[in-house]
Every structure is written in C-alpha cells, then in structure tokens.
Write a protein that binds this ligand. Structure first.
Ligand SMILES: Cc1ncc(COP(=O)(O)O)c(C=O)c1O
Length: 377
C-alpha cells in the first residue's frame, strides 16, 4: 500500500534524538530548532519523560473515560499550578484541532449561535469548524465552508464590531501569537479590545494557545503577557505532550459540564496524562519557561544584527525571522550544509524558530553563526 502523499518532505530520516539534537540513519547530527512543528517542549527523549511513560505503560496502557482516571486530575492540578489558572476546568483531547473544535462547540452551545470570527493569517487546524476559521482556502473543502464564519483583517476592531452587530456570532478565535501566519504578535490593545467587544456582545473569546502556550513565550500562555486579559476558553496541544498526542480545552467557570456534552475515546488516556505530567514536572524542575524568556531575548537581539535579516518578531522561543529574500533556499542550506532544522511559515520570506525550551545558548549561537554565513556567503 502506498502512503497518501500529502507532505512536502525534508529528505532526511531521523532515527534518534536527545534534547535538542537529532541523528539520521548515517549518524549525522542535526540541531533541532523546530521541534517537529513546535511540539518538543522539554527536549527529545527526556529521561524523566521516558521513565514516566514507560512506568504507566507497563502498569496500565489504556482504559476509556468510562472509569475513574485519577491521573487526569493530577494533570489538571499541575496545569492549574503552573498556568495560575486555578478557576478553569480541563477537558482532555488528542490534538490541537480537536481542542479548537470542542472550544467552538462550547461557545456555540453556550450562546446558542453558530457564527464565528477569526483573523487573516490564522491557522486553527484541519477539522471541520477549525479549518473553516483557518485562513487558507486550499484547506477548506466545500463541506467545511461556512457562510457565518468570518476571517477578518488582523488587528481591525472596527470590522469585528460590524460583524458582531449582525447578532449571529457565538465566538471569536485567535492565536496567542500567530504561528503558521509568520509569528505575528497581537498588540495588547487588540486583545483587550476583543475582550471588551466579546463581553459587550455576549460572545465567547477563545485563545488558541496550541503553538504559543506551555511556556514557549516566557509566560505559561502567550496571552498572559497582557495584564488583566482573561479569555473564556483556551486551547492547548503540541508542547503539552512533548510528542505524545495530547491536547486540552481550558474552560472558565461560566461553562457548566453535563453528562455526555463532550467526549472522546482516547483523550485523557493514562499514558497521555503520564506524558503531560512529565512535561510539567520537567518544566518546573529545569525552569524551562525562564530559559525560554532569557534565551529568546538574547536570540532576537543577535538575529537583528545579521545582514540580510529584515525583521525579527516574537517572544521567548517563538521567533519569526523575515529575510530580504525567499526563505526556502536558506532553510534548505541550513539543513544540508549547517545541519540545522528550522520551520517555514505562510509568508515565504519567514523562517520560524521553535526549539525545545531546554535549548542552550551555545546551540542558539551556532544557529546565529550559520544563518549569518548562509545569508552572506
Ligand atoms: C495555532 C494552532 N492551532 C491549531 C493547530 C492544529 O493542531 P493539530 O495539528 O494538533 O491538530 C496548530 C497546528 O499547527 C496550530 O499551530
């Protein structure tokens, strides 16, 4: 059977990984500044993570959400502690798109409306409602297209208010920092303006922290950079499981659960929760959020002085670098010649840097050197 060929592949086969380093089948070493789409938070094959997952797997691999699963509560407690969102409730799922799908559904249940707003450059996943709010027409199949879903200009509160006045909107979905869109940081005025409008019109504000959450920006959630800002719903995935499929929906106290309202077979399974707990424990033990903040600032400063770099955006270890040329050949050069993995973005001149949060300065510095050479040789 052939694989359904949908992925543009880097012609490298990685067979082993540790921390921020990868090795291919010939033993060539690479530096991972992309973490497989921003997934690797605590580093590849962290011993504590491996131990926790292995122990859970050898005692109980899986049983469904029809029994009590205390490790789910342990994960929720740890998440509340580290995010400081003690009042929120947690619903566990398997991926970012599934988290968004459930957030959209909860906003719709709660308001009894069906319309949604997202923004230009948005990426929210590939499932039905999430993809209809993703700003890429190529991904939206006819069965996903929705007339009452509006993708509005980034930062334009006036347009948001115009659509809200139609009285059909259940929620507004926005990334903490846009990832696929090229690392666009929403201004505090934009986020606070959305929160105000959402309250005024009785619609739910959903923060997609799938890529920007879990300590990556130097705060637990990117939106926590904005003082006094509180979303109704928050979605997480990627770094939450460090590669084990795990996602979550955080719901503010206004949402009341009822039996059967949401559900999933695999979401919140024992092994996924063990992975999720290990991630939070390592983040705490190794102070990875502080590392992301410190090294991110140093990296952004260093990148800004490279000839050929036009703009550097981001917070912590979520960094977008705009070049004065197309980024694809430069990224290829970084992999082939300098053995460094980076990410692309929807904007073709952008390189995305999303390394494990455990990265060290000498590793980031070697990237700064390599990029300088790649752009100026
Ligand atoms: C901001 C954001 N939301 C949602 C998703 C979808 O997550 P998943 O691929 O786990 O469904 C992604 C994936 O890149 C993302 O970056």
């Amino acid at each position: 059977m052939k694989l359904f060929d949908v992925y543009p592949l880097i012609p490298v086969t990685i067979v082993r990984a540790e921390g921020c380093r990868l090795w291919d089948e010939k033993g060539t070493e690479y530096l991972d500044l992309y973490g497989g789409h921003a997934v690797i938070s605590i580093g590849h094959s962290h011993p504590h993570y491996v131990k926790r997952i292995s122990e859970q797997l050898s005692s109980l691999g899986f049983y469904s959400n029809s029994i009590q699963i205390p490790i789910q509560q342990a994960l929720a407690n740890k998440l509340a502690e580290q995010s400081c969102l003690h009042e929120y409730q947690l619903f566990l799922v398997n991926s970012g798109a599934e988290a968004n799908e459930n957030a959209i559904k909860m906003a719709s249940f709660s308001t009894q409306k069906s319309g949604f707003i997202s923004f230009s450059g948005a990426f929210h996943g590939r499932t039905s409602a999430a993809v209809a709010l993703t700003d890429n027409p190529k991904l939206i199949a006819p069965c996903n297209a929705r007339e009452d879903f509006h993708i509005l200009p980034w930062g334009d509160l006036g347009e948001v208010e115009k659509v809200l006045a139609q009285n059909t909107i259940a929620g507004i979905l926005i990334e903490g920092i846009q990832g696929v869109g090229g690392i666009q940081v929403p201004s505090p005025e934009f986020l606070l303006g959305l929160a105000k409008l959402a309250k005024q019109w009785g619609v739910k504000l959903i923060l997609d922290e799938v890529q920007s959450g879990y300590g990556r920006t130097g705060r637990f959630f990117a939106h926590q950079w904005v003082e006094g800002f509180q979303p109704d719903l928050i979605t997480v995935a990627k770094g939450m499981g460090n590669g084990f499929p795990l996602g979550g929906l955080l719901l503010s106290p206004e949402f009341k659960p009822s039996c059967g309202l949401l559900g999933t077979t695999f979401g919140g399974n024992h092994v996924a929760c063990a992975a999720g707990l290990a991630v939070l424990e390592v983040m705490e033990m190794e102070k990875l959020q502080a590392n992301a903040l410190l090294l991110g600032e140093k990296l952004i400063t260093a990148l800004k002085s490279i000839p050929g770099v036009k703009d550097v955006r981001g917070k912590g270890l979520m960094v977008g670098i705009d070049l004065d040329r197309d980024a694809a050949p430069v990224r290829n050069d970084l992999v082939n010649r300098y053995k460094i993995f980076t990410g692309s973005a929807a904007t073709k001149e952008t390189i995305r840097v999303l390394p494990p949060l455990s990265i060290q300065w000498n590793q980031l510095h070697s990237f700064v050197d390599a990029l300088t050479q790649a752009l100026n040789n």
